[in-house]
Design a protein around this ligand. Structure first.
Ligand code: FES
Length: 143
């Protein structure tokens, strides 16, 4: 079996799919390799992520990782969402085939972009180095 049960479950029954009209932070990223796009919406109250939605125009692995990522950051502090790594998401899904690992990067980047948007909208100061624009962490994905 190429995909774990958890990947299949999150692909077939993705959690937190949808849009949010009154989001406090929105992040949209694209994958230069395959052209897929992902959008993540955050609702933030008192520094805590109270709701998350995602919308993706992407493959099954991108759907599964976004679904898992939204579950992992819901109810967490906004700073904790920044610590979410694609590796942690992949581990929570019991792994992905090597050639699909680049798909998981999309979820991590979309979460970070949404947090940055939240910081920008609320004039919250941050270190720009926290949001690298190059893809140094994304080894070998061809970005
Ligand atoms: Fe594009 Fe997976 S093939 S995100």
């Amino acid at each position: 079996m190429l995909y774990s049960e958890k990947v299949m479950d999150h692909f077939q029954n993705p959690r937190n799919v949808g849009k949010m009209d009154d989001a406090d932070g929105v992040g949209e990223v694209g994958n230069a390799v395959c052209g897929d796009i992902m959008k993540i919406y955050l609702k933030v109250e008192d520094g805590v992520i109270t709701d998350v939605k995602f919308n993706t125009f992407g493959c099954g692995s991108a759907i599964a990782t976004s679904s898992m990522a939204t579950e992992m950051i819901k109810g967490k502090k906004i700073e904790e969402a920044l610590e979410l790594s694609n590796k942690a998401v992949v581990e929570a899904l019991d792994g992905l085939p090597a050639h699909k690992l680049h798909c998981s990067v999309l979820a991590e980047e979309a979460v970070k972009a949404a947090v940055k948007d939240y910081y920008d909208k609320n004039n919250i100061p941050y270190d720009p180095a926290m949001f690298p624009t190059d893809c140094a962490h994304c080894e070998g994905c061809g970005h």
